[in-house]
Design a protein around this ligand. Structure first.
Ligand code: HPA
Length: 348
C-alpha cells in the first residue's frame, strides 16, 4: 500500500507538503498541489485515518446509539445524523441498545472503546447506568428524543428533541372542536419523557377545550404496536367507550388500527383517530391519517451540530434544543377531504 512518503517522492515534494494538501492546513501553490493530487491518483494512495488518529487523538467519528432502528422515526433521525456527520467530515458507528438498560450501557462502552469523538444517544426508559457511564468517562454526548430531567447537582447533557406537549394538545383540541367529549389516549411507555409530555399535552388539550380529564380514558400502549392493540381493545370495551382516539406514536397507531379492525368500529364514522407521528404510508390508509409530524431528519442533523459545538467548546453550558412539529390535516379525524391542498401548520 502506498504511503505518504511514496506520494511525496513521486511528486517531488516533502511529506509535510503532502500533509498540507490532504488536510488543507496551509496554502500550497496550485502546480505543487496538482503534482501531489496526480501522485495520489497514480499510486492509488488512501490516507490512513488510524495513523492520523494516533497523532491527533481524534477519530473523526461519532457513535450513534438508538433503539428500534427499523422504526421509520428513528430511520429518519439516522438519515439526518448521517448526512450532517458526512457534511462535517465525520463517519458514524451505529449501535442498537434494544431499549434495554444493560445492553445500552454495553454498547455505549463499546463505542467509547472505539474512541469515537462523541456520542448521540436516545436513552432507554431507565438510563441510570448510561448516564453514570457517560459522566464517569466524561464522554461528550448529546441525548436525543428522550430527555432527562436536569438534576440540581447531577450531570447535565446537551439534548435535542421535538415538542411533544403542544402538538398533542393540538390533536385533542381539534377533536374537541369536532364535538368529541370522550377522547381516549393510547399512551407510551412510562419512563420516557416523550410519554410524560404527550400525556401532559393531552390534559392541556382537554382543559383548553373545557373537557374533564378521566384517568380511565388513558391506556398505556407501552410505545409498541402490540401494547397499543391491547390498550385500544381495553378502551373500546369500556361501558362508555371514547368517540375519538389519540395515539401517541407511529407504532401504537398501527396497533390501534389492528384493534379497531378486529372489533369493528369504523374510522372516522364510529370513532375518530388522530396520531402523533406521521409516516410514509399515513397518506395511503383509508381514511388518510390526521397526524402530527416530527422533524425527524432535522432532529438528527441538529444533534450532530450540537455535538460538534460541544467538541469545539467542552465547557459551554448544556442546552436543550426543541424543534417544532407540523400538524398534517387529513381525514381520520372526521373532517371531509380538504378540497385544496393538505392543511399544514406548524405547532410547537
Ligand atoms: N420517541 C418519540 N417519538 C417516537 C418514538 C420514540 O421513541 N417512537 C416512535 N415515535
Amino acid at each position: 500500500m502506498a504511503t505518504m512518503a511514496d506520494v511525496a517522492r513521486s511528486a517531488g515534494v516533502s511529506v509535510a507538503t503532502v500533509s498540507h494538501v490532504l488536510n488543507d492546513t496551509r496554502p500550497v501553490l496550485p502546480h505543487t498541489r496538482q503534482a501531489v493530487l496526480d501522485a495520489i491518483d497514480r499510486l492509488g494512495y488512501t490516507p490512513n485515518t488510524l495513523a492520523r488518529s494516533l497523532v491527533t487523538s481524534r477519530t473523526q467519528s461519532i457513535g450513534l446509539a438508538v433503539s428500534a432502528i427499523s422504526n421509520p422515526y428513528f430511520t429518519e433521525i439516522l438519515q439526518g445524523v448521517e448526512a450532517a456527520a458526512l457534511e462535517h467530515g465525520y463517519s458514524l458507528l451505529i449501535a442498537d441498545p434494544h431499549d434495554d438498560p444493560e445492553h445500552e450501557r454495553k454498547v455505549v462502552q463499546l463505542l467509547h472503546e472505539r474512541r469515537v469523538d462523541g456520542m448521540i444517544v436516545a436513552p432507554s426508559a431507565s438510563p441510570g447506568e448510561l448516564v453514570a457511564y457517560l459522566h464517569r468517562h466524561q464522554v461528550p454526548a448529546v441525548l436525543l428524543d428522550r430527555l432527562l430531567d436536569a438534576p440540581a447537582d447531577g450531570p447535565c447533557f446537551d439534548q435535542v428533541c421535538a415538542e411533544n406537549a403542544e402538538p398533542t394538545a393540538r390533536l385533542v383540541r381539534h377533536l374537541a372542536e369536532l364535538g368529541h367529549r370522550r377522547i381516549g389516549l393510547v399512551a407510551g411507555l412510562p419512563g420516557y419523557s416523550t410519554t410524560r409530555e404527550r400525556i401532559s399535552g393531552y390534559r392541556h388539550g382537554l382543559a383548553a377545550s373545557g373537557l374533564p380529564y378521566y384517568e380511565h380514558l388513558v391506556a398505556h400502549g407501552d410505545s409498541s404496536s402490540a401494547g397499543a392493540e391491547h390498550a385500544t381493545a381495553t378502551l373500546l370495551s369500556l361501558p362508555a367507550p371514547p368517540t375519538a382516539l389519540v395515539t401517541a406514536n407511529n407504532a401504537m397507531t398501527i396497533g390501534a388500527l389492528h384493534a379497531l379492525r378486529e372489533r369493528g368500529p369504523s374510522v372516522p364514522g364510529d370513532i375518530a383517530l388522530c396520531c402523533f407521528d406521521d409516516f410514509a404510508w399515513a397518506d395511503l390508509f383509508s381514511p388518510r391519517l390526521t397526524a402530527v409530524a416530527q422533524p425527524s431528519r432535522e432532529i438528527g442533523a441538529r444533534a450532530v451540530r450540537v455535538l460538534l459545538d460541544r467538541l469545539a467548546e467542552p465547557d459551554r453550558p448544556a442546552r436543550t434544543v426543541r424543534l417544532p412539529c407540523t400538524f398534517v390535516h387529513r381525514t381520520s379525524c372526521g373532517c371531509p377531504e380538504p378540497s385544496a391542498q393538505l392543511e399544514k401548520g406548524t405547532v410547537s
